[in-house]
Design a protein around this ligand. Structure first.
Ligand SMILES: Nc1nc2c(ncn2[C@@H]2O[C@H](COP(=O)(O)OP(=O)(O)OP(=O)(O)O)[C@@H](O)[C@H]2O)c(=O)[nH]1
Ligand SMILES: [Mg+2]
Length: 288
C-alpha cells in the first residue's frame, strides 16, 4: 500500500516501479486519487490511497479507510497488506501530515512487526532545494543536495523516534516529474527503493514483484551507488528461490501455483527453469 500527503508522488511511484501506466498522476491543482484504488498486476496487488492534507474532514475519512484496510486479513488469516510505503515530498517544509499518519495511524495499526512493514520514501529529490543542485545530465543530486537530503532524512527519522520510539531511516529518491500529456521523467534511486521493498515483503511473495517490474531499463539507471543495488536485488531473488526449493515440496507448489502462475505442482527441474525465468527478467532490465 502506498500512503502519504496529497501530491507527494504516490501514483508516480507506482508507475515508475511497475510495468504499466496504471495510476493516474495529477497534473492539475486538485488531488488526483480520491478513493483507495486497487491495482491487480498478475499476483501483485497494489493499493494506492488518496493523499492526506486536503481538509480535516477528508483526512478523517481517508485515515479511517486506510485503517480499515490495514486491519483486513487475507483468506489465510494473515494481514492483507504486507507493506506500507509512505511517500513524502522532500521539497516540503512541513511534513506534519506525514508524521501524524505514521505516528498516529500506521505504527499503532501495524502491531509488533511495525518496523518491517513500513518503508519511508522521500520523493522529489530533484526539487528538494527548489530545483538547484540537481544535475540534469547525470540525473542525480550534487554533493550539496545530497547533504541536504541526508539531513532531511535524519530529521524525519528523529521526529518519528521521538513520538514512537521506532528508528526508521527514509530513502530519498525521485519518481520523476510528469508534464501534462508528456512522459514521466526518469527516476533516481528507484533501484534502492525496489531493493528495500523486496527486502520488506515476505520471501515467498517477492517473486510476484519480479513479474511486474517496469521493463524500461532507463528507469533503473541512476542511483546513489552506495552499494550495488541491482546485484543485491538479484541475489535476494536467488535466495528466495533457494529457500523455497530447500523448504521442500510445498514450497515448490507455491512457486508454481501462486507465484509464477504455473498451474499444478512443480518440483525439481521445473522449479529450476522457473528460477531461470525470473533471473532472465533481471538480466533484461539491468544488464543491457
Ligand atoms: N519534480 C518532481 N515531480 C514529481 C516527482 N514525482 C511526482 N512528481 C509530480 O508531483 C505531482 C503529484 O504526483 P502524483 O503521483 O499524482 O501524487 P499523488 O501522491 O499520487 O497525489 P494524490 O493522488 O493527489 O494524493 C505530479 O505533478 C507529478 O508529476 C518527482 O520525483 N520529481
Ligand atoms: Mg495519486
Amino acid at each position: 500500500m502506498l500512503t502519504g500527503s496529497t501530491g507527494a508522488g504516490k501514483s508516480s511511484t507506482i508507475n515508475a516501479l511497475f510495468n504499466m501506466d496504471v495510476a493516474k498522476v495529477g497534473v492539475g491543482v486538485d488531488p488526483e486519487t480520491s478513493i483507495i484504488e486497487k491495482f491487480i498486476l498478475d499476483n501483485l496487488v497494489i493499493w494506492d490511497t488518496p493523499g492526506l492534507g486536503d481538509g480535516v474532514e477528508n483526512d478523517e475519512r481517508i485515515s479511517r479507510s486506510i485503517l480499515e484496510k490495514l486491519n483486513e486479513l487475507d483468506e489465510d488469516g494473515n494481514p492483507l497488506i504486507d507493506l506500507v510505503v509512505v511517500v513524502m515530498d522532500s521539497s516540503s517544509k512541513d511534513l506534519v501530515t506525514s508524521y501524524e499518519l505514521i505516528n498516529n495511524i500506521l505504527i499503532p495499526a501495524l502491531g509488533d512487526d511495525e518496523k518491517d512493514r513500513i518503508l519511508l520514501a522521500l520523493n522529489q529529490a530533484d526539487v528538494a532545494m527548489e530545483g538547484t543542485h540537481w544535475n540534469e545530465e547525470t540525473n542525480s543530486p550534487d554533493e550539496v543536495l545530497k547533504v541536504f537530503l541526508k539531513k532531511k532524512a535524519d530529521s524525519v527519522r528523529n521526529r518519528i523516534k521521538e513520538a514512537t520510539g521506532l528508528s526508521i531511516r527514509p530513502i530519498f529518491y525521485c519518481a520523476g516529474y510528469k508534464e501534462e500529456g508528456g512522459e514521466q521523467r526518469k527516476p533516481y534511486n528507484l533501484t534502492k527503493l525496489l531493493y528495500y521493498i523486496i527486502k520488506s515483503v515476505p520471501k515467498d511473495k517477492r517473486l510476484a514483484l519480479a513479474d511486474n517490474i517496469n521493463n524500461d531499463e532507463d528507469n533503473w539507471l541512476h542511483d546513489d551507488k552506495e552499494t550495488d543495488y541491482k546485484e543485491k536485488i538479484k541475489s535476494s531473488f536467488g535466495e528466495t528461490m533457494w529457500d523455497c526449493i530447500t523448504d521442500g515440496f510445498d514450497a515448490g507448489v507455491e512457486i508454481g501455483g501462486n507465484i509464477l502462475g504455473i498451474p499444478g505442482k512443480i518440483v525439481g527441474a521445473t522449479v529450476g527453469s522457473a528460477v531461470g525465468a525470473v533471473k532472465e527478467v533481471f538480466v533484461t532490465i539491468f544488464n543491457r
